[in-house]
Design a protein around this ligand. Structure first.
Ligand code: IPM
Ligand code: MN
Length: 351
């Protein structure tokens, strides 16, 4: 098949892990006889340095015209002073909104070889296989922001339609999995959460009666996630709760560097990025974990290009490389860590 992929390496370790995902896509392209047109574009802090804008118009235009967007990571100390007028993160939010990718899927699976990499006990982690569906284009991230001399305001708004569509996306996933949906909110305090809970209950009752629904308060969910992670299947939540809980959930897998994400809207075009940030502390050292990014590329193949076999092959290759001990320092512990390139090579060798 022919596909256009916009590639946005971004900042920090973004370009390092993106380069490995591009190599994997090139390898699959060759092996399976596809034609992938990959266009690299400035984004984030790198784009601010170049143009003053974290999401330059030509970058956005290319993303709009692509079948999928592959994104590394953005941000860094250079652009993050509280006084800064433009921030890399504004570009990311604008991109998500412009592409209307409201459903952010963040799967969390525990690889048996990484049970020891987590700070949590193996017997708690064993068999964990869950997926977060994070609402990505609404809530407090996108509400009005005001700053006065001695006060600041961030508004959180959700509409019924926004809640309905994300709950449907999560429920459709749950139908294909273990038919268990946990909806996370803070309905004991927030009005948006009370609406969230009412709409979720109605949609599930009317449209997905075969999926078991449980409501959970976000503070309680944060606790249960690390107490009994195996019990969860699909979790749906609003934008900021999803951001926070998925960093927490990455410790179930063993490292923030392992988790991929797919952001989807109504069509097949999607935005794919690992959930980790630009990690300025390790940037340029060649030790970043490339697996979250490689697994994001696999999600791209599956969800935007419909290349199920290629996606599965890439996921299996990553899993085998992990099993063979090709581990970067974040998961290797004290013993024999490999570099970003070596970890990615281990994957390519198994493709
Ligand atoms: C994420 C990141 C972003 C978010 C930041 C970089 C704006 O933390 O994708 O999880 O908060 O959504
Ligand atoms: Mn985050």
């Amino acid at each position: 098949m022919k596909a256009h992929i916009a590639v946005l390496p971004g900042d920090g370790i973004g370009p390092e892990v993106t380069a490995e995902a591009v190599r994997a896509l090139r390898a699959l392209e060759k092996r399976h006889g596809h034609i992938f047109t990959l266009t690299e574009l400035p984004f984030g802090g790198a784009a601010i340095d170049l143009t003053g804008n974290p999401l330059p118009e030509p970058t956005l235009e290319a993303c709009r015209n692509a079948d999928a967007v592959l994104l590394g990571a953005i941000g860094g100390p250079k652009w993050s002073a509280p006084e800064a007028k433009v921030r890399p993160e504004q570009g990311l939010l604008e991109l998500r909104r412009a592409l209307r990718v409201y459903a952010n899927l963040r799967p969390v699976k525990v690889h048996p070889a990484l049970l020891g990499a987590s700070s949590l006990k193996s017997e708690v982690l064993q068999g964990t296989d869950l997926i977060f569906v994070r609402e990505l284009t609404g809530g407090i991230y996108f509400g009005e922001k005001r700053r006065e001399a001695d006060c600041a305001t961030d508004v959180c708004t959700y509409t019924v339609a926004e809640i309905e569509r994300i709950v449907r996306a999560a429920a459709r996933l749950a139908q294909k999995r273990r038919r268990k949906l946990v909806s996370i909110d803070k309905a004991n305090v927030l009005e948006t959460s009370r609406l969230w809970r009412q709409v979720t209950s109605r949609v599930m009752r009317e449209e997905f009666p075969e999926v078991a629904l449980e409501h959970m308060l976000v503070d309680s969910a944060a606790m249960h996630l690390i107490r009994r992670p195996r019990d969860f299947d699909v979790l749906v939540t609003e934008n900021m709760f999803g951001d926070i809980l998925t960093d927490e959930a990455s410790m179930l897998a063993g490292s923030l560097g392992l988790l991929p994400s797919a952001s989807l809207g109504e069509g097949t075009r999607g935005l794919y990025e690992p959930i980790h940030g630009s990690a300025p502390d390790i940037a340029g050292r060649g030790i970043a974990n490339p697996y979250g990014m490689l697994l994001s590329a696999a999600l791209l193949l599956r969800h935007s290009l419909g290349l199920t076999a290629e996606a599965a092959a890439l996921e299996a290759a990553v899993s085998d490389a992990i099993g063979a001990g090709a581990l970067t320092p974040d998961v290797a512990g004290a013993t024999g860590a490999v570099s970003t390139r070596e970890a990615a090579e281990a994957v390519l060798a198994r493709l």
